[in-house]
Design a protein around this ligand. Sequence first.
Ligand code: AMP
Length: 404
Amino acid sequence: MQNNSFARSGYKSSRRVYSSSQRGRKQRPNRQGGYINPEKFINKATARSEVVEYEPTHRFVDFALSDALKRNIVAKGYEVPTPIQDQSIPAVLEGRDLIGLANTGTGKTAAFLLPIINNLMAKNGQGGVLIVAPTRELAVQIDDEFKAFAKGLNLYSALCVGGANMQRQIRALARKPQFVIGTPGRLKDLVGQGALRLNNTNHLVLDEADRMLDMGFIKDIQFLIDQLPKVRQSLCFSATITPTIERLIQNILNDPVTVSVRTTETSEHVEQDVIRAYSKDEKLKMLIGMLKKPEFEKVLVFGETKWGVQRLADTLTKQGLKAAAIHGNKSQSQRQRALDAFKKNDVRILVATDVAARGLDIPNVSHVINFDQPGTYEDYIHRIGRTGRAGNSGQALTFVGGSR
Ligand code: AMP
């Protein structure tokens, strides 16, 4: 294979790939019409040890949470609150509205679930909670965490996500659960069908609000909010504050407390590099070559389209590499199975689209490989945030086009 230094000696060092002679070259935009300078895909990781450890001001026992709930927290294995939990739980317990500036992986789910569960218990389960999340997978994760915390507390949930059986969700809602957790489109449909009534829902959580707006859910969210009573407690979590989020917050929150746990970009701790491939075939060969190496232990591969992602997972499987795919053409249960297989290490490779991977908690990914480049730099940061988490070092590799 001509010009393929990867085949001989591993992928090329970025600093050589982007020699100064190539910097001025005209670059093609990616499919979404944007162009990201490939130099932005290159970074020497900074050591984790430079990060100052956060000292929480509370332990879980210090919070004004019920004993039964505290027992469930212990059973879940949480000992020390994360920064977002440390700062949000007291305010939410007081009934305040809250803006939580936090990304996935910060423990934001428990930061809203624990105090809201407690608030509902204090009212003997009267009232209700609506939790809206951008993706089915994130909603499933929230529901799983809810079930662990609400064990034995007489509080129940209905999971209302697209791509799953609607009749079953209608039956679950008919049992009048206190918690309704779902994605905007399906929740709106269920309201439209008369299966979901929100006039008694006095707690609202918008999780990953910025993602939901990016995905075009603003109208559905507004529709849902219009169904809620005016007097309620509302929490809004977002990794970024854009002008649209700002407007949303002003409309729906009342005198909110703001808690920000955004640290420096997680990407600083991720070793990032580019791989130059001259054709699609070469790109695939290089990917397969890498994935066969033992150091590529647990790899998240990003592709651009649903079909491309499925085709790539099939090709890798044919090559004897254990791979699963998650994308929007798969049913909820298929996606969940793929994610579980990856989490349990039954498969080592997960091929995903941006949308399907959003908000997922996938621990210990050794490598993120951008087989197709992301549409925006923000998507890039989101993708590579899946590696180098929680003190682990990670590596992100991005294929860029080459010209001979
Ligand atoms: P989240 O940001 O809510 O998706 O949480 C990220 C991960 O951290 C999940 O796997 C949680 O189960 C875990 N987690 C959240 N809070 C704690 C805690 N206080 N102690 C240990 N693990 C936690």
